[in-house]
Design a protein around this ligand. Structure first.
Ligand SMILES: [Zn+2]
Length: 133
């Protein structure tokens, strides 16, 4: 399963980041997932739980932020494509080959438990450019 290997990559990246930050228990991983990333959200969620077993991420939640396809229209600027089968501007029907968003597959943040309870820190920001094989 394609999504399972992606889930394994995510877990590897997130646990390496957690290790670097000295985090012993991650509670949630936030992921940006573009509509054109080629990843099935439900399959990824399923694979995540399996891949997280036995790691510092075991029992953590994968929080997926779905990113719509945003293209650059030569006439209108940035527009959201309502239909990813059709790369034309929904306003003026111009062809829009330049994609700005939609292929994201990257970890945006980790949530974790502090050893010192009650302490709240902003989660570290991690770019995961190489999540896909
Ligand atoms: Zn347009």
């Amino acid at each position: 399963m394609h999504e399972l290997s992606i889930a394994h990559n995510l877990i590897q990246i997130a646990s390496a980041a957690a290790h670097e930050e000295g985090i012993s228990r991650v509670t949630a991983v936030h992921l940006k997932l573009g509509a054109l990333s080629g990843v099935v959200k439900d399959a990824l969620l399923f694979g995540y739980d399996i891949a997280a077993e036995g790691t510092v991420l075991e029992g953590s939640k994968l929080v997926i932020e779905e990113i719509p396809v945003i293209v650059n229209c030569p006439n209108c600027g940035q527009v959201e494509l309502p239909n990813i089968q059709r790369f034309r501007c929904p306003n003026c029907d111009a062809i829009t080959p330049e994609m700005i968003h939609g292929k994201e597959l990257e970890i945006s943040a980790l949530e974790y438990e502090e050893d010192d309870p009650g302490g709240v820190e902003s989660p570290p920001l991690i770019k995961a450019e190489e999540v896909k094989e």
